[in-house]
Design a protein around this ligand. Structure first.
Ligand code: ATP
Length: 863
């Protein structure tokens, strides 16, 4: 039937059974999952090849070969076996990161709404099978190729397949239509990967996976991104600088050694040792491991990462712009009060006489303005009205036929359903929507509008969400194009309660303590929005900005208002983009949530766009960098908290790597320059690397959050990982350790110990100072004495492994000889322990001073 451009063929959804669970299982076995062959994952061989290209690996192999040609077979074998250990660690790290990202990819793939066993189910797109019945609506990515059984105003963007940028109109299948290639209007087919721009439809899946048009041309939709982030760029340039300086130094060492001592082979070995000591190969590895494992940790807080760099931005988020319904509230509506016949009535649940007589007609039309099997919680609440006595009255019309619907739009926040009476002669129109929109449809005079505003305020000040309801009738078969062309009669108002989610008020105050602003952007009525904002403890709620205010104010005004405004009401999604831009112009780091198609530009433009997993469209998901699985505001706050922790830990790991390389490099360099006995050889460096590698990636990654994590302002967006202060402090840590190790070295030399004893004492001091550096860098605000009580399993393993290996090397003569060590007296061991402890003492003292210094202003401000 064609009514002035509104194409409609409706099938009653309730009559559709869809596939049964057994059928689905059988079809998955026959046709496989609905996915395209992914790009081949790196196998072990590829990872090994990758490792083999690493400079560290090449240096190890070269020194192994040199030892081999010099006839030192044991050293050569030892170094080569370290090569295997390093390959093992890299493969493990690679696999762990890949697995974390793979799990996220599967979770963030498009979802599909299907009818199976007579029930609507939301499933992962990959589980769709041929024969499934799909329910498609605006904003969905079509998960498989299918044929349309029914559709309402369906237009689809097929540009991905056809290159045609204008969306095409679709019609339901009728006998005689022939299948043809994608493209062009009025076809009854939908194709996998295309996007529903408007309308709804029911489709039967015909092909999945590689059988789809998309599969035939072998395209894979966007997956979890691994793009270059600001941090990656910063770290790469840091690595380049250190590596260049290191290589220059190595050259100098080889030349000094070669010319000075006339032994070029040993000079080459000393140069390689220094290169291995200086090479900052851990920096990029640490970044990849932290971000990938961070994404996995955040997914445990119900937030999926689509773009990994978003994790580093989370810690600097300064404004959270959130929707009200569903994110701050539960989106579980119940009808709480009515306004009809000039009086307010309360609704007392689903019991006897739950709908007062005076509200019967209002409820009748409100129900008629809903879908038969609604998804929208407000409509669900209205349909529930018919569960009590009211359901047995003549006001419920199961036999009426739904002819068409006029959807809600940003221009008119009201929708109407057109029903045909059983005798087929009359069309009944039921409208519901924002009270102002319904008043507009009913052509209210100014006086009537004023009176209505007072009635709305009574309900809104209780935090209720309000809908106006109106009715109309029609006799001509040609329906008008817009709702305004009906003559509506106002029936009254219905108020819905939507409770605030538990824990929101606490999360809000946590954000305020963390210097993060919260802005609520809602399509709801200002007084309702204000009431909810007050309930959750938002500040400045009296300064509510409406959508109309927004349209009228200039960009500069908006920037000014955004300094204090926290509630935006009756705002349409398109206005979110303006808000994001103004906030960014105010130098804020913006997190924005959204679920609809129209939210996509704002989600893309925000520093972090967060799509709703539960009710979000695929378009919103694709435009965002994170997906909120439970739609809950508290999960966003948990993610921000984790983002801060990940960044803190990254900083600690980087500072540790930076500082530990200084004593190692120093002890490789100084003895050569001053023509003194060499301490470190390639195997010593490898031993130290085997402590450093797992420490910086696994130990620091698992480190607990700092106590003040949510009591300090967000980090500035331009703050670099290596600020001059961080660089200075880590440099100092390294220099002090080097100084102490040098003292032990000089002391043992001057005390007349053998070269092997000097090496043993110096090396033990380096290893112990290394362990203490790990301990002290676990927190830059708490001392070792307080952090030691916080468990870190990975750290325990590293410590136990290091001490045991050291003891074994000293105890087993063959190993002792290999490392060119010899046994030392116990009192000298005590000297090493004391010296190592002294090396981090100053930093512990600095932490105490730094925390006290920060507290002084607070103490004064409290007076
Ligand atoms: P938020 O933006 O926080 O999710 P919201 O859900 O109130 O808030 P919209 O969904 O944009 O925002 O709705 C705006 C207004 O449109 C509602 O306040 C209501 O008046 C009207 N409205 C929404 N859904 C319906 C519906 N199914 N039928 C009639 N009117 C509706």
């Amino acid at each position: 039937m064609l009514y002035c451009g509104i194409t409609m063929t409706l099938i009653d959804i309730e009559t559709i059974q869809g596939l049964s669970r057994d059928q689905v299982e059988e079809r998955i076995k026959t046709f496989g999952y609905n996915e395209l062959p992914k790009h081949k994952k790196d196998g072990i061989f590829e990872v090994i090849l990758e490792v083999a290209r690493e400079p560290m690996f090449l240096l190890l192999v070269t020194s192994g070969l040199i030892y081999f040609f010099l006839g030192d077979i044991t050293e050569a074998v030892m170094l080569m076996s370290f090569v295997l250990v390093i390959i093992g660690i890299t493969v493990y790290q690679e696999r762990k990161t890949e697995r974390a990202l793979e799990a996220l990819r599967n979770l963030s793939s498009p979802r599909a709404l299907v009818i199976r066993d007579g029930q609507q189910r939301r499933i992962a797109g990959r589980e769709v099978v041929p024969g499934d019945i799909l329910i498609l609506s605006e904003g969905d990515r079509v998960p498989a190729d299918g044929i349309l059984l029914s559709s309402n105003n369906l237009t689809v963007d097929e540009s991905l397949l056809t290159g045609e940028s204008v969306p095409v109109r679709k019609i339901p299948w009728t006998e005689g239509l022939k299948e043809q290639a994608p493209g062009g209007d009025d076809q009854p087919f939908v194709y996998s990967g295309t996007l529903i721009v408007q309308g709804q439809a029911l489709a039967e899946v015909k092909s999945t996976g590689s059988g789809t048009e998309m599969g035939k041309i072998g395209m894979v939709l966007q997956e979890v991104g691994r793009d270059d982030s600001r941090l990656k760029v910063e770290i790469s340039s840091m690595v380049k600088i250190i590596a260049t300086c290191g290589l220059l130094l190595c050259l100098i060492i080889v030349i000094i050694y070669g010319i000075g001592r006339g032994d070029w082979i040993s000079g080459l070995l000393a140069g390689i040792t220094l290169a291995m000591a200086i090479l900052p190969e851990e920096f990029p590895v640490v970044l990849t491991v932290f971000l990938a494992l961070g994404a996995w940790r955040i997914s445990e807080k119900h937030v999926l990462t689509r773009q990994v760099p978003a994790i580093e931005t989370l810690g600097s988020a300064s404004v959270l712009c959130v929707d009200k319904t569903g994110t701050l509230t539960l989106n579980k509506m119940t009808v709480q009060s009515f306004f009809a016949d000039d009086e307010f009535c309360e609704h007392d649940g689903a019991g006897e006489n739950s709908v007062p007589d005076s509200c019967h007609e209002l409820s009748e039309y409100a129900i008629l303005a809903c879908k038969r099997d609604p998804f929208d919680p407000m409509e669900k609440a209205l349909i529930q009205l018919s569960e009590g006595d009211f359901g047995r009255t003549e006001h419920i019309h199961k036999d009426w036929k739904l002819i068409t619907e006029y959807p809600l739009s940003s221009d008119l926040l009201a929708m109407s359903n057109v029903w045909q009476s059983p005798d087929g002669r009359e069309f009944i129109i039921a409208a519901k929507g924002a009270p102002e929109a319904i008043a507009d449809l009913c052509h209210f005079s100014e006086q009537e509008q004023k009176k209505l505003a007072e009635q709305i305020d009574v309900m809104a000040s209780k935090g209720l969400r309000i809908l106006g309801v109106a009715k109309s009738s029609f006799t001509i078969s040609e329906l008008p194009r817009i709702q305004h062309d009906f003559v509506f009669t106002f029936l009254g108002l219905i108020g819905f309660a939507d409770p605030v989610r538990p824990g929101i008020a606490e999360a809000v105050s946590e954000c305020y303590a963390a210097g993060i602003k919260i802005i609520m952007i809602t399509g709801d009525y200002p007084r309702t929005a204000q009431n909810i904002a007050d309930q959750i403890g938002l500040l400045h709620t009296d300064n509510t900005v409406t959508g109309t205010d927004l349209t009228e104010c200039s960009d500069d005004d908006l920037k000014e208002r955004l300094k204090t405004a926290t509630v935006f009401a009756r705002a349409v999604p398109e206005q979110k983009l303006r808000i994001v831009r103004a906030l960014k112009a105010n130098n804020e780091v913006v997190v924005m949530t959204g679920d609809g198609v129209n939210d996509a530009p704002a989600l893309k433009s925000a520093d972090i766009g967060i799509a709703m997993g539960g009710r979000g469209t695929d378009v919103a998901r694709e435009a965002s960098s994170l997906v909120l699985l439970d739609d809950n505001f508290t999960s966003i706050v948990s993610a921000v908290r984790l983002g801060r922790r990940i960044y803190d830990n990254l900083k600690k790991a980087m500072a540790y790597i930076f500082s530990i390389h200084i004593p190692i490099a120093g002890m490789s360099l100084i003895p050569v320059i001053f023509d003194m006995p060499l301490i470190l050889m390639p195997m010593h460096i490898v031993f130290l690397e085997l402590i450093i590698d797992p420490t910086c990636s696994i130990v620091f990654e698992a480190e607990k959050e700092e106590q003040d994590i949510m009591n300090r302002p967000p980090r500035s967006a331009d703050e670099r990982l290596f600020t001059p202060k961080t660089l200075f402090l880590s440099l100092m840590q390294g220099v002090v350790v080097l100084g102490v190790v040098m003292l032990v070295y000089l002391y043992s030399l001057m005390s007349g110990f053998l070269e092997t004893e000097v090496r043993t004492m110096t090396f033990i001091t380096i290893v112990l100072a290394n362990l203490l550096l790990i301990l002290t860098n676990r927190s830059w605000s708490e001392t070792i004495i307080s952090t030691i009580r916080t468990p870190n399993t990975a750290m325990r393993w590293v410590f136990a492994g290091t001490i045991c290996s050291l003891v074994l090397i000293l105890a087993i003569p063959a190993l002792r000889d290999l490392f060119r060590f010899s046994l030392i007296p116990v009192e000298e061991l005590v000297t090493c322990v004391l010296a190592a402890s002294v090396s981090v003492l100053w930093f512990e003292a600095w932490k105490i001073w730094n925390v006290r210094k920060d507290q002084i202003p607070h103490i004064f401000s409290g007076i």
